[in-house]
Design a protein around this ligand. Structure first.
Ligand SMILES: [Cu+2]
Length: 754
């Protein structure tokens, strides 16, 4: 690459310029591949989803996380319809950074329903950068895996002494579950002032699988009485969501400042693998960002504040009344409120030729209350409010320095170190009562809360992260890279401070959708991962042909796993004989683990004809994760999987045939958690699109052959039935039913830009 040596890669540069101008599909470029941009080196991320790939995926996905479906090594833990949890090479959720417009938000829910990407609609995403296994310390902190950096773009301004009004409007529809939605973005700008509004809304009914997967069991006493779902209907998958944002930006010379206020309202969202459904989520966020150019480099500063109210109860497909007609026990309201505030400063300082120093500081304060009001007529849910987390506080102060150096045209290195101090604390808790027996049931509210309240409820963690990456450009055809990192994550507030060992209440604390109940451990240590990640990239000079292999290995000291637990929190103990084929109460513990695997990416042109350009893209991932203490697999690790995409481009056409193959998940299961096996499967998707100057139309068929398949990271099917009851033997949902994916669905989307 020509000097200056710190020029971003051409595509990344083209994209960042395009963000400032217009939606990418307006571009006439034919050079840009439809595929995910698989980078040769990690400096700009391992993969970027933007441009045509983003546009194609947007039409077919309501869930922002799944826009990354064509990134090797990335999979999705099933959550709500707009709230799946991205998994990078076996690590997910708090173990990776998910940064949206500079904010690394924390899910405030004992089921992590409100994941960071659930607050941004696919229509407002401009790019998703994916860092696998390790990331530069400037990208994120308090995580042991990679990072996802999502951007809704920088503000748009008019040319000098001009003004503009620009925007786009979109609509989509999917047949399987009547998934319908619309979005609008309008910007009015001069050369120094820019005002933007974006809004989006979407909703869907329950989806149907490719075949019958359950016997039509009747759920008693739902909010609409006794209810029998069709045998192919996947219960608790309906939702409705709306996101809006207004932004005001000012620009003077090389300085831009933007204040964005965004708010979300999700009135309901079913959770197929949780015992509760979301019955309300209201979020407000103020995000003030500054980007400045100076003689010495770049300066970014940011301050944000987020306020969140989250409610759960049993949705329309789950039993609601647990009492009788005359003495009803109606539902189980659960409320979670949080406030997050943060400040960030980051400078990119050009040192001498070919050398750059990035340095920055960050502070974040997160305050959480999680409480469950009493329910009349219930022996186990009255008379008090159950305090799951009472005044939980997590404060992070973090500083980093990172040095990037190009030694010559071939060698480049990145070295960074970050220190983060994480303080966590919480207040005293109480159960629904202080009894240990609740009617006929052992609930241990008194014993567990007394043990918890007497224990240490304040923890601090010193995270020291170090990342070293070196890359070598052997020739125009070969690039190599090796990254080494030490990355640390402190346990979150639920892992530390949820406290009740009762099956029912523990069952409400679950991030992973496996149907078990979890309770915390105030003595947890931080997880420390020692990771090596390499890449060998063989390609033609123009990158028409690419074959890239990216192996990785990670040893995680004090990995936070969970063990089956017997008894209460003070006199209880880890179960010596595991209870198989059922759901259990689990406690978080530190155990060592390792993960290894490889991602393969390839692309090649097939033909350039009078009818356009045909090409193929393939991706493959194998990940292995093992708990070194128990010898069992780590949970929610994707089995071997691959995708083959055939793409066609001609004039305004961008078309794709996608073939997906996923192996069975029978081995390396988390035996401790009774992780449910899933069979292997093949899927076919068809996507077509045509763009005019101002219009774009998408149409496609997902799951063309209406295959019945089970999602390897779907966890346990809890979409209907008496879900408050943990144990199948006590009338709760049966163990062993995996969550099916969606059957055939025809979709279409229309976009208009102005
Ligand atoms: Cu929730």
């Amino acid at each position: 690459m020509k000097s200056p040596l710190f020029m971003r890669k051409p595509l990344a540069l083209a994209l960042s310029i395009a963000f400032a101008a217009a939606p990418l599909w307006a571009q006439e470029s034919t050079a840009e591949p439809v595929n995910v941009d698989v980078n040769a080196t990690r400096y700009d991320a391992d993969a970027v989803v933007a441009g045509k790939e983003l546009n194609i995926q947007r039409a077919a996905n309501v869930d922002t996380a799944t826009l990354m479906t064509n990134v090797s090594g990335v999979a999705f833990q099933v959550g709500g319809a707009v709230s799946s949890i991205p998994v990078i090479r076996g690590l997910a959720d708090d173990r990776i950074n998910v940064v949206v417009d500079g904010v690394d938000a924390i899910a405030s829910c004992p089921n992590h329903m409100n994941t960071p990407l659930s607050y941004v609609d696919p229509s407002s995403i401009k790019s998703l950068q994916v860092f696998k296994s390790l990331k530069p310390v400037s990208i994120g902190f308090n995580s042991i895996g990679g990072a996802i950096v999502a951007s809704t773009g920088q503000p748009t301004f008019a040319e000098a002494d001009q003004s503009l009004i620009t925007g786009n409007a979109g609509f989509f529809y999917g047949t399987n579950n009547n998934n319908i939605g619309g979005n609008l973005s309008v910007t009015a700008a001069t050369d120094w002032l820019s005002v933007n509004y974006t809004g989006s809304t979407s909703s869907a009914n329950n989806y149907t699988a490719g075949g019958n997967f359950h016997k039509p069991v009747t759920t008693l006493n739902t909010t609409s009485g006794n209810q029998t779902l069709p045998a192919n209907m996947v219960g608790s998958t309906s939702y409705e969501s709306s996101n809006q944002a207004v932004a005001l930006a000012l620009k003077a010379d090389k300085h831009t400042v933007q204040l964005k206020y965004s708010w979300q309202d999700i009135p309901y969202e079913g959770y197929v693998n949780q015992r509760m459904d979301l019955t309300g989520n209201q979020q407000q966020r103020y995000n003030l960002q500054y980007w400045g150019g100076y003689d010495w480099g770049k300066l970014e500063a940011q301050a944000y504040y987020e306020q969140l109210n989250h409610q759960m109860n049993f949705g329309p497909n789950k039993q609601y009344n647990y009492g009788t007609a005359s003495a009803p026990v109606n539902g189980m309201p659960m409320d979670t409120n949080s406030n997050t505030s943060g400040v960030k400063v980051k400078g990119d300082i050009n040192l001498s030729d070919g050398s750059m120093l990035r340095t920055g500081a960050e502070w974040q304060r997160y305050y959480l209350n999680d409480y469950w009001p009493p329910v009349a007529n219930s022996a186990s849910m009255s008379p008090n409010t159950f305090k799951n987390i009472n005044g939980g506080l997590q404060q992070i102060s973090s500083v980093f320095g990172e040095w990037e150096k190009s030694f010559d045209q071939q060698w480049k290195a990145l070295f960074g170190a970050r220190y983060s101090l994480i303080n966590a604390s919480t207040g005293n808790v109480q159960g629904y009562s202080s009894n240990n027996m609740c009617g006929m049931m052992t609930c241990n509210y008194g014993a567990d809360s007394a043990t918890f309240n007497a224990a240490n409820k304040s923890n601090s963690f010193n995270d020291v992260d170090v990342t070293l990456t070196g890359s070598y450009r052997h020739s125009d055809q070969q690039d190599m890279e090796l990254g080494l990192a030490r990355q640390v994550r402190a346990p979150n507030l639920y892992e530390l401070y949820s406290w009740s060992t009762m099956g029912m209440t523990a069952g409400m604390n679950n991030f992973v959708g496996d149907g078990n109940g979890y309770f915390g451990n105030p003595n947890l240590k931080a997880e420390t991962a020692y990771t090596a990640s390499a890449a060998y990239d063989l390609h033609t000079a123009d990158r028409d042909y690419v074959a890239k292999a990216s192996p990785f290995y990670s040893y995680v000291e004090n990995y936070i796993d969970a063990v089956q637990w017997t008894g209460n929190s003070s006199t209880g103990y880890p179960s010596t004989t595991l209870a198989a084929n059922t759901f259990n109460v689990m406690r978080y513990v530190n155990q060592n683990a390792n993960l290894a695997g490889v991602d393969l990416d390839g692309q090649m042109p097939i033909a350039k004809t009078d009818f356009g350009r045909f090409s193929a893209q393939g991706l493959f991932n194998w990940t292995y994760g093992k708990n070194l203490v128990t010898g069992y697999g780590l949970y929610n690790v994707m089995p071997v999987n691959g995708k083959l995409n055939f793409t066609h481009q001609y004039g305004g056409w961008d078309n794709q045939i996608q073939l997906i193959a996923v192996a069975n998940k029978n081995n390396f299961l988390s035996v401790e958690r009774n992780e449910i096996p899933t069979p292997g499967y093949f899927l076919t998707n068809l996507k077509a699109s045509y763009s005019w100057q101002k219009y774009r139309v998408d149409a496609g068929i997902n799951n063309v052959f209406n295959t019945l398949y089970y999602q390897p990271l779907g966890g346990a099917y809890l979409g209907q039935g008496k879900t408050m009851t943990l144990k199948p033997a006590m009338g709760g949902p049966a163990w062993g039913q995996a969550v099916p994916g969606m059957g055939i669905s025809y979709y279409t989307a229309l976009n208009y830009k102005f």
